[in-house]
Write a protein that binds this ligand. Structure first.
Ligand SMILES: [Fe+2]
Length: 309
């Protein structure tokens, strides 16, 4: 039986492990435009204007890395079924299925992907009232780009096990995967080591996007790369480094996919396709270094998985 383990509805939140959780909490709340939901001694939870309890969790750590990627699924029964299918497939589970001991509540299961990333499937999490969309602040997280040592294996796992679909390739360097109508919620980038490349936050419109960049500029923070507009996904981009050196992106206008009509394309990696407006120019060495990050052992270091694969 090779059905996907569940039907992912959307990317809910991302946990980042950071060397500078206090400074980064200040940055994301006072400059970036998120709001602190809760702050403790070793981390913080921050939300956007959208309906999710939090978009970003920051956890103090010795080294930067990815803590967890959380996707919404529809029901606790789907979480239980996902856990059963994970066991049949031999995919490691590090928590659940069951009630989640986390601020946002819910019922979830957390699995480990082949490179040690923790992926959580969560149902019945706490609802929060949406906030006004007039300010130039993020709605929430909209995608995560992950550096992978084996892009084909990563794409196969996320499609076969998690039921994601490939929307586009950028040559054999990047793959853009969707779980709903958004062109991508995850993208993989072939790299020398496993790490988080960047986390992208949705701005409602290009006007919000540009005003957000303006606010950052007033705080003395200029983009590492951007503003510009990507070919694959058709979304605007502007990349910044947070106080720990992790890369965050403002984006808007992600392409919407009609499952019955969409044809996956392979984009050539040429400036006129990766920077449609011609405003960003090529990525600098500095932004490439930040996006590469440092090797992230992920769950292989934090959990006893009983095997090293
Ligand atoms: Fe991005």
């Amino acid at each position: 039986m090779n059905q996907p383990i569940a039907r992912l509805r959307c990317l809910r939140s991302v946990e980042l492990r950071t060397q500078a959780s206090v400074e980064s909490t200040d940055f994301y709340s006072e400059v970036w435009g998120l709001r602190v939901v809760e702050q403790g001694t070793d981390g913080a939870w921050l939300r956007g204007t959208g309906e999710h309890h939090h978009a970003l969790q920051l956890t103090q750590a010795e080294r930067n890395g990815l803590g967890r990627i959380t996707f919404a699924v529809a029901t606790p029964a789907e979480v239980d079924e996902a856990a059963r299918r994970l066991e049949l497939r031999g995919v490691p589970i590090v928590s659940g299925p069951g009630p989640v001991d986390d601020l946002g509540g819910g019922y979830g299961v957390s699995l480990v992907d082949p490179e040690g990333r923790v992926v959580e499937l969560l149902a019945d999490a706490l609802a929060v009232p949406k906030l006004g969309r007039e300010d130039a602040v993020p709605v929430g997280v909209t995608h995560v780009v992950l550096n992978t040592v084996d892009i084909d294996a990563a794409v196969t796992f996320y499609c076969d096990v998690l039921g994601m679909r490939v929307s586009d390739w950028s040559e054999h360097q990047m793959a853009f995967l969707r779980c709903n109508t958004d062109h991508h919620s995850i993208a993989f980038n072939q790299a020398e080591w496993t790490s988080v490349n960047h986390v992208a936050y949705e701005m409602p419109t290009v006007d919000h996007f540009m005003r957000g960049i303006g606010r950052l500029r007033q705080h003395g923070t200029v983009p590492l790369w951007g503003p510009g507009k990507h070919g694959p996904g058709d979304n605007t981009f502007s990349y910044f480094a947070d106080p720990a050196g992790l890369v965050c992106e403002y984006t808007s206008g992600i392409a919407q996919v009609d499952e019955d009509r969409w044809l996956c394309k392979v984009w050539r990696r040429v400036p006129e396709l990766s920077d449609l407006w011609g405003t960003a120019g090529p990525p600098s060495e500095q932004v490439r270094d930040h996006m590469a990050g440092i090797p992230d052992p992920g769950a292989f270091e934090r959990f006893d998985l009983g095997r090293a694969s």
